[in-house]
Design a protein around this ligand. Structure first.
Ligand code: NAD
Length: 337
């Protein structure tokens, strides 16, 4: 069994912990938190050993009546690999601790790519990270774009990608984020950071991205134009994307007209936390004009990186091939359901 420590038990960390626990070849060594809150309480209720991320704050856990299993350094020492899901920038600060204990670690998309040995997306570059000490699982948007680029590039060749990302203002629990009632070009100057981030996975890809922020918490939406090197029919592209793991081509008859309806479907299906791990691509939006492909896709920011973290664990430790790992991850998480 691969023993996985989770440092940072928030939006991403708690989801990764559940996904790791569901795998037949992995176990959760424990989770580390900075303070006792509802997420710490839920970790304990789920039976995860809880470690203190900051030593000075240990008394606060005792005051809240939450038992600790030890300090984060003990967790790092006993884990085969750590998934660091701390807020942006803290992962980079933690890198030294992972090196000190010779424990490989996965950082998240909020970290700079130059902090790590490599950036990761399972579909696109699974084989490039074996044996690495520090790997970054790219952000939700970069994951969503990479899943799209990989099959298109392999099947048709790509001349240029242009994408406008309509981004949710914050996650549902991020009450301090916004805008509340506005539409912001964000960033105003081009390119947004997403294109260069996709280049950490596809260094040669010609990609321009623009970003906006809107008053929504549900999902991100991408308006995508890809100039291909050949001219497949829209139907061929639809079936290519439909055949991929983790891309859900929405049939018209489902009547999913937006992110709200997709979230409702996830709730009806009994998905944990109403998570949507797949890219949601509107089938009728997939159009070809000459060699130009157009489509809309929605990306659930809180969860699409979760199966990618699970695969990155096997990829770094050299435990399975890409196809084996993705199939195991998807089956254990219920991705096809
Ligand atoms: P979050 O704020 O929801 O969770 C972070 C957790 O880490 C919190 O529980 C916080 O208390 C804890 N923490 C803070 N400092 C810590 C420390 N020193 N040691 C241990 N734990 C500490 O953040 P998140 O949304 O889960 O984001 C985590 C990372 O994942 C970031 O790099 C982010 O960019 C990336 N990411 C986030 C999303 C998203 O939409 N939420 C999507 C993809 C990637």
């Amino acid at each position: 069994m691969i023993s996985v420590g989770i440092n940072g038990y928030g939006t991403i960390g708690k989801r990764v912990a559940d996904a790791v626990r569901a795998q037949p070849d992995m176990e959760v060594a424990g989770v580390a938190k900075t303070r006792p809150n509802f997420e710490a309480q839920s970790a304990v209720e789920k039976g995860f050993d809880l470690y203190a991320a900051i030593e000075d704050r240990k008394p606060r856990f005792a005051e809240a009546g939450i038992d600790l299993a030890g300090d984060v350094e003990e967790l790092v020492a006993q884990s085969d690999i750590v998934v660091d899901a701390c807020p942006s920038g803290i992962g980079a600060d933690n890198a030294e601790m992972y090196r000190e204990y010779d424990t490989p670690a996965l950082l998240q998309g909020g970290e700079d790519s130059d902090v790590v040995d490599g950036s990761f997306n399972a579909r696109s570059n699974y084989d490039t990270v074996e044996g690495a000490d520090l790997v970054r699982v790219v952000s939700c948007n970069t994951t969503g774009l990479s899943r799209l680029v990989a099959p298109l590039q392999e099947s048709y060749g790509i001349e240029k990608v242009r994408t406008t990302l309509v981004r949710r203002g914050g996650d549902p629990a991020q009450s301090g984020r916004g805008p509340i009632n506005d539409i912001l070009p964000n960033p105003v100057s081009l390119p947004s950071h997403h294109g260069p981030d996709v280049n950490t996975i596809f260094p040669e890809l010609d990609i321009d991205t623009l970003g906006l922020k809107v008053p929504a918490t549900l999902m991100h939406m991408h308006s995508v134009n890809v100039t291909l090197e050949s001219e497949p029919t829209a139907e061929e592209v639809r079936s290519l994307l439909d055949d991929q793991r983790r891309t859900f081509v929405i049939p018209e008859w489902l009547g999913l007209d937006g992110a709200g309806a997709i979230k409702e479907l996830a709730q009806d299906a009994g998905r944990p936390r109403a998570d949507i791990w797949e890219n949601c691509i509107w089938g009728e939006s997939i159009s070809m004009e000459g060699s130009d492909l157009y489509l809309f896709q929605a990306i659930h920011q809180e969860s699409d990186v979760v199966p990618e973290n699970v695969d990155a664990i096997r990829a770094v430790l050299g435990e399975a091939s890409r196809e084996e790992s993705m199939a195991t991850t998807d089956e254990a998480m219920g991705l096809d359901a």
